[in-house]
Structure formats: C-alpha cells, structure tokens
Ligand binder design. Structure first.
Ligand code: MN3
Length: 248
C-alpha cells in the first residue's frame, strides 16, 4: 500500500510531509469532523501496514507484541467493524463521523467498540517511531507549558492517567473544546471523539493503549514500565501535526 492509500485508510489527509487528522472542534460540546472530502475512507475499511518494522520499537515494545497487536488485534477490529456496519445506516459514513455519531446504546456497541478499536490503533501506530522524535520547540511545546505545567508535569500526569486505567483502556492527550490541552482516559476502545459516549470530549493528539495485549509479553504486570518507556518512542512530529490541525 502506498503512502496515499495509507493516508486514506487512516482517515487522514496528507499535507506535505505531515499527516493531519481531518478533525476540528467547533465548540466546547461538539466536535465536527471535516468529513466532506473524498480523501476520507468509508466502508469497507482496510488495515494499513505499519510504517516501520515490527521489531523497530525494540526493546520497548517487542516484535511479537507488535506483530500480534497489529496483525491479529487491529485486523480483528477492522473485520468486526465492517461486519457491524454491514446492515447499519452508518455504513456510508467516514470513520470520524461514525465515532461522533455512535451512542451508548446496546444497539451501537459493536460499531462503538470496533470503530474505536480501528481509529485508536491507527493513531497509536502513527504517534510512535523508532527511537522517538525530539519534542519540537514550537506551539505544542508552548501549550504543554501553559496548559499542563511543562514537559515533566505532562509526563507525570499522562503516566498517572494511563496507570490508573482500571482494566483495559486508553489514556489520551487531547485538545479540548476550549482549545486547551487536557489529559483524559477512556475504558475499552472508547475515545474522546465519541461525544455520545464519553464525559470529556476532545481531539486526540496522543494516545497510549494500556490493554494488556499492548505490553504483557514484554512487561508482564509492570504496566508502569511500559508507560514510562513509551515516552521515549513518541513521534512528536506527528503529535505536533495533529495538535496544529486540531487548533485550526
Ligand atoms: Mn490494542
């Protein structure tokens, strides 16, 4: 799959070197996807290949974990999402629209879990890179300083949110409706775009998967080790691009 198809399948638009999410927040309650573009993929959704080798994040995330996580878990979400959409009126919608439209009702559960699973994992692969990228000294860095008290405070708060997730879920760095950075957590495969489901909405710019399947082979019960080492493989260029896009 070439880069263009990867961007399409990731629900993202490629602008120059940066891959930006097609999402903008319009007010404090509603996040409206700028989905009126042919670039956004619709049903049937496809799994994009990783942009790096399965062993590229060693020793922090091991090859076997990455292989199973991408080829089995993420594949499963895509397959089940397509199956759940087959007879749904949401079938014609782009992924970002589906996420924002999904409700907390039992009827939407399959779409909610698997649309979330697909989006969340696309973001996760994208915000990681072998060896990490240095935090850029730009608008994102300034926002981390002003909104979260600086890089060290961010790391502590983000790790704490990820550590405290009970059972399976995610911790997120989001741009909230006030255009401020905020750290939130969601259970299962929910994410902060799901305004019909979650309490605190926002546009995710960084996310960490704390399901045991993301780290258990390497780190076993020591989730904190995984979370702390995750910080050193973050692709801050990508997080910055997502931040810029979310800020409009
Ligand atoms: Mn996962």
């Amino acid at each position: 799959m070439n880069r263009r198809n990867f961007a399409k399948s990731a629900g993202l638009m490629t602008i120059g070197a940066a891959t930006l999410p097609l999402i903008a927040c319009k007010d404090s309650k509603n996040f409206v996807a700028e989905s009126q573009t042919p670039m956004q993929p619709v049903f049937p959704f496809e799994l994009a290949p990783l942009a790096y080798a399965f062993n590229a994040l060693e020793p922090i995330i091991d090859e076997q974990t990455m292989t199973i996580h991408h080829d089995k878990h993420h594949t499963g979400y895509v397959t089940k999402l397509n199956a759940a959409l087959e007879n749904s009126e949401m079938k014609s919608l782009p992924l970002l629209d589906i996420l924002q439209k999904v409700s907390a009702s039992d009827a939407d559960l399959g779409i909610r879990n698997n649309a979330g699973g697909h989006f969340n994992h696309q973001l996760y692969w994208e915000v990681l890179t072998p060896g990490g990228k240095q935090m850029p000294a730009d608008k994102l860095a300034a926002a981390i300083d002003s909104d979260l008290g600086g890089m060290e405070a961010f790391k502590t708060s983000f790790a704490e949110a990820a550590t405290k997730v009970f059972g399976s879920g995610w911790a997120w760095l989001v741009v909230n409706g006030d255009k401020k950075l905020e750290i939130v957590a969601t259970p299962n495969q929910d994410n902060p775009l799901m305004s019909g489901v979650v309490e605190t909405t926002g546009v995710p710019v960084l996310g960490i998967d704390v399901w045991e399947h993301a780290y258990y082979l390497k780190h076993q019960n020591m989730r904190k080790n995984y979370i702390d080492s995750f910080m050193s493989i973050i692709n801050w260029d990508m997080v910055g691009a997502r931040f810029d896009s979310a800020m409009g």
